[in-house]
Ligand binder design. Structure first.
Ligand code: GLA
Length: 405
């Protein structure tokens, strides 16, 4: 039975009936799974019979983990009809629907239809990765004179937070309503020693779907011991709706330099100019135009799987990337406070994964653009620091803005 179970949904419904464009409320705090919530299985309570021009939020149970934790799925909709489904397992964006140039909506991110497939086998589809996005060489670093050993899960290296990173835990959740955005604030306490990291890290990630057609991600964290932190979003995008590979997408990266890697994809420490190489995306270029060129870095990555050094002025938001998909006209612009962006061309996708709606994800069927600090920064003193200390606050924002041309 459909029943309204929380005040934030009611507020959405009232706003919808009154024809508001957005609404403000102090929503009821939801109990987190960690606190042992007991809620009715079916929490679906969408104001289904109302038109657009209102923000909407709806929450339902998406499934349960093996240890009995309930996983919830938030369905957000902005005033223009863009939709984002976000679940509490892995803080994963399960689907993201945006219009093409003719107004036809499609889901532009890769993933699965159900929780169990995400748990069984996911190459970080749509997740928040942490405590440290990308690699730390040999899973080791020294901080304030002490050596730390992290879980290794990528040959000898540590990748995306280790064996059980932030993409594989159930986050607490609170709905968020703003005048021009609707969202969910997800929280996770990463305990001292988890995957080898020092300090209890309290992390929150707030996803907002704004009426400017942005998916805005606000990251925050505090710690009680010095620790590296590098959170990012690992969405796999295909702006044509995962009907073909992403090689025809036209990419611009606002970066004069990148961080070259060794065979294990660990940065050498250099910042190399992109000029005259297939890494140059200053001028918008199809992803596939040079991907098969003989160039050592492309060989190491099996395609693009590198960090670009963003051209930045100060610490504010900078345009990092723009991607245009010519057949649908969809455009995605990424702005960030971070100094780098990992552009990964989906090289490990090989047709063995069948995702949403039975679609088979073949080689390079999706790409990732992960805003971040540079890989292996804890071992690279010349890279911008990723160390968060007690009393400091980790705060960073990235936005993905959708339009058409
Ligand atoms: C990142 C890494 C890649 C790969 C993907 C997920 O982009 O750099 O090597 O791990 O995530 O498969």
């Amino acid at each position: 039975m459909v029943k309204i179970t929380s005040r934030f949904i009611r507020v959405g419904l009232v706003a919808a009936m009154l024809g508001f464009s957005g609404c403000r409320s102090e929503p009821q705090k939801r109990t987190t799974p960690e606190a042992g919530a007991s809620e009715s299985k079916d929490q679906r309570a969408a104001p289904t019979d109302v038109g657009l021009s209102v923000l909407k939020s709806d929450v339902k149970t998406f499934g349960e983990t093996a240890d009995g934790r309930q996983v919830r799925l938030y369905s957000l909709q902005n005033a223009n009809g863009l939709k984002a489904d976000i679940m509490t397992y892995g803080a994963i964006v399960v689907s993201l629907q945006t219009p093409d140039r003719d107004g036809r909506m499609d889901d532009i991110v890769l993933g699965y239809d159900n929780l169990q497939d995400y748990i069984k086998n996911s190459p970080y589809f749509g997740a928040i990765v942490g405590r440290y996005g990308n690699r730390i060489a040999k899973g080791k670093f020294t901080l304030d004179g002490a050596e730390y050993t992290l879980a290794t899960n990528n040959n000898a290296n540590h990748l995306h937070g280790g064996v059980k990173g932030f993409d594989k835990v159930v986050w607490g959740d609170d709905p968020v309503w703003k005048d021009d955005a609707v969202g969910v604030k997800l929280s996770y306490l990463s305990k001292d020693g988890e995957e080898g990291y020092p300090g209890n890290l309290k992390a929150t990630v707030t996803y907002l779907l704004t009426n400017k057609n942005e998916l805005r991600i606000e990251y925050e964290a505090t710690t009680d011991k010095a620790t590296p932190v590098n959170l990012t979003h690992h969405g796999y995008f295909n702006l044509a709706g995962a009907e073909s590979d992403i090689l025809g997408h036209v990419l611009m990266l606002n970066a004069d330099r990148f961080t070259p890697v060794d065979e294990g994809l660990i940065p050498t420490g250099e910042l190399t100019p992109v000029k005259g190489t297939p890494m140059d995306f200053l001028k918008p270029t199809p992803i596939g135009a040079r991907i098969n060129e003989t160039y050592e870095q492309l060989k190491f990555g099996g395609g693009y799987d590198h960090n670009w050094v963003l051209n930045k002025r100060g610490k504010g938001m900078t345009l990092a990337a723009r991607v245009y998909e010519p057949t649908t006209g969809r455009v995605m612009e990424i702005r960030t406070m971070e100094p780098g962006i990992q552009f990964y061309s989906g090289n490990f996708l090989d047709g063995t994964i069948t995702g949403k709606e039975g679609k088979v994800y073949k080689h390079r069927w999706g790409f990732c653009v992960e805003t971040q600090h540079y890989p292996d920064s804890p071992n690279k003193p010349d890279f911008p620091s990723t160390i968060l200390r007690p009393g400091e606050k980790y705060e960073t924002v990235t936005t993905y803005r959708f339009s058409t041309k």
